[in-house]
Design a protein around this ligand. Structure first.
Ligand code: NDP
Ligand SMILES: O=C1O[C@H](COP(=O)(O)O)[C@@H](O)[C@H](O)[C@H]1O
Length: 518
């Protein structure tokens, strides 16, 4: 399908949306609010119905009341227009269903036919699995065996991460899904791909004349991708202790962002062409050939207790449902190479962690400055030019260039020129889940991960995980609220680089030229 660059205009086709896991955290915090925003902005066609599904009993009224609370707590729009709210809520029904009970799916089919008639829906069905991954296979089989796929319309399966625990488990899961759904019917969520500024990477790169000619190893010294979080593992200690930062963030969000930065221009702006280019990057990732190589290129850490502001925060091993002797990493940083013509020799430094000092997602592209420094050597060492893409929570880009300090003889100083998208649009940019639900309803899979992407990403990550499993002695500890293990600093230091400060907290005396008014 042609990748539709206009999020605004297109209303999705009529469908029944099945929210498996409707009593869960994801539904409450993300999915209900996303559906309401889409409805409010006229992006859901009027002929739709939503069936909430989970085991615990709920009447339709209770379900709608949960929906109302979730929207008022988490949605960027409040449900304060009574007429609109009532019109929206009447599309929602709830059915108690155990995934393992095929008879329940037959009842669900009967309910679905009624809803399709009531709302004039042409048999299109979208199944959103906000469930533990172990239930993805059983749901798919019971959808088929319970007759849920016997309509004339389209059928789509939207699944949450994690897609497996490693390559073998992901392959097994994929084989199960493929017994029921075709690849083009499977929409694997990576919510980072729904973020405005991640999608903007493709536009910044390919819609501007002055970046692409420089976008290669002749001009770029290194690329840094940071996904830092201030939160700990919250209520998800049980899941996280088995997963760790590498699987939780590395296999998916970080590698996906890396592919957007490193991919070749697609031949057309079509979903499949874009995904073809992304998968080529993943194929070109240089795996680590030994445990020693993993140790010298990948750093892992775990947070210990620490003072953050007024609060003394617990260490990871004291978190609920976490093993007291756990060696699970809550931080990792890696030096990664993309072995292809464009990127030969350019290090990509990636890092993510929990309980770091700020919540931010940023990409920094550092340009080479040898030639300029030869010329200016007698005066001063120049700062390299940077392009910074700010994904979250601030959205925008800035470039850092050098200019003459006004009034000085020949002093050069860095100047940052910023486009602050969030300052212009405010916090009202669509949430990632809005975009992704809307895309799935329109059948646009551009910003969902295809199986070959997932499998290559797992193959890369498995190499690291295997080395770590053999020997955990390189696990370092960092205090909550710090920037992670010292070894992550050395990783760049050894190459003559350093992590650039995030959140615009530049240590230089930088002048900002900005549209943000700050
Ligand atoms: N929460 C988040 O922010 C994120 C979550 N995810 C992923 O989304 C998925 C869901 O996460 P989350 O909402 O946090 O999980 P929760 O544990 O909060 O919710 C799980 C849901 O599954 C339902 N459920 C469990 N077993 C069955 C069953 N046998 N039959 C029917 N329903 C069942 C539960 O309802 P009941 O007990 O009533 O049956 C509940 O609604 C997971 O894969 C998670 O990794 C991904 C990214 C972020
Ligand atoms: O997928 C996940 O992402 C969140 C971070 O997402 P963000 O949109 O808030 O940046 C992370 O906290 C969680 O552990 C992980 O599973």
């Amino acid at each position: 399908m042609t990748h539709n660059t206009s999020f605004e205009a297109v209303t999705s086709t009529g469908a029944v949306y099945y929210l498996f896991g409707a009593t869960g955290d994801l539904a409450r915090r993300k999915l209900f609010p996303a559906l309401y925003s889409l409805y409010k902005e006229g992006k859901l066609s009027n002929n739709f119905a939503v069936v909430g599904l989970a085991r615990r009993p709920r009447s339709n009224e209770q379900f709608r009341s949960d929906l109302y609370e979730s929207i008022n707590e988490f949605c960027r729009y409040k449900a304060d227009d009574e007429e609109l709210w009532n019109a929206f809520a009447q599309h929602f029904v709830y059915m108690s269903l155990d995934i393992n009970n095929v008879d329940g799916f037959r009842e669900l089919n009967t309910l679905s036919c009624e809803l399709e008639e009531r709302f004039d829906i042409p048999g299109n069905r979208l199944f959103y699995l906000a469930l533990a991954p172990s239930l993805f296979g059983p749901v798919s089989f019971n959808l088929r065996d319970g007759g849920m796929l016997e309509t004339k319309g389209w059928h789509r399966l939207v699944i949450e991460k994690p897609f497996g625990y490693d390559l073998p488990s992901a392959q097994q899961l994929n084989e199960q899904l493929n017994q029921v759904f075709k690849e083009e019917e499977i929409f694997r969520i990576d919510h980072y791909l729904g973020k405005e500024m991640v999608q903007n990477i493709e536009v910044i790169r390919f819609a501007n004349g002055f970046f692409e000619p420089l976008w290669n190893n002749n001009h770029i010294a290194n690329v840094q991708i940071t996904l830092s979080e201030t939160v700990g593992v919250e209520e998800r200690g049980g899941y996280y202790d088995k997963s760790g930062a590498l699987r939780d963030m590395g296999q998916n969000h970080m590698l996906q962002m890396l592919t957007m930065i490193a991919m070749e221009p697609p031949s057309r702006l079509h979903g499949e062409d874009i995904r073809d280019e992304k998968v080529k990057v993943l194929r070109s990732l240089r795996g680590y050939s030994s445990s020693e190589e993993v140790r010298s290129n990948v750093v892992r850490g775990q947070y210990t207790s620490g003072q953050v502001g007024e609060k003394e925060l617990p260490g990871y091993r004291q978190e609920d449902s976490v093993d007291e002797q756990s060696t699970t990493e809550t931080y990792f940083a890696a030096k990664v190479f993309v072995d292809n013509f464009r990127w030969a020799g350019v290090p990509f430094y990636i890092r993510t962690g929990k309980r770091l000092p700020v919540k931010t997602t940023e990409v920094v592209v550092e340009f080479k400055s040898e030639a300029q420094n030869v010329l200016f050597a007698q005066r001063q060492k120049l700062a390299p030019n940077l392009l910074v893409i700010r994904v979250n929570p601030m959205e925008g880009i800035y470039i850092k260039i050098n200019a003459k300090k006004p009034g000085s003889d020949n002093e050069v100083q860095p100047v940052s020129m910023e486009f602050c998208q969030s300052c212009q649009i405010g916090i009202n940019t669509p949430e990632a889940y809005e975009r992704l639900i809307h895309d799935a309803a329109r059948g646009d899979s551009t910003y969902f991960t295809r199986w070959d992407e997932v499998s290559h990403a797992w193959a890369f990550v498995d190499g690291i995980a295997k080395a770590w499993q053999e020997d955990s002695s390189d696990l370092e500890f960092y205090s909550a609220g710090s920037w992670g293990p010292e070894a992550a600093v050395k990783l760049l230091d050894n190459d003559g680089f350093h992590w650039w400060p995030v959140n615009g907290q530049d240590e230089d005396n930088v002048i900002w030229i900005t549209n943000s008014g700050i």
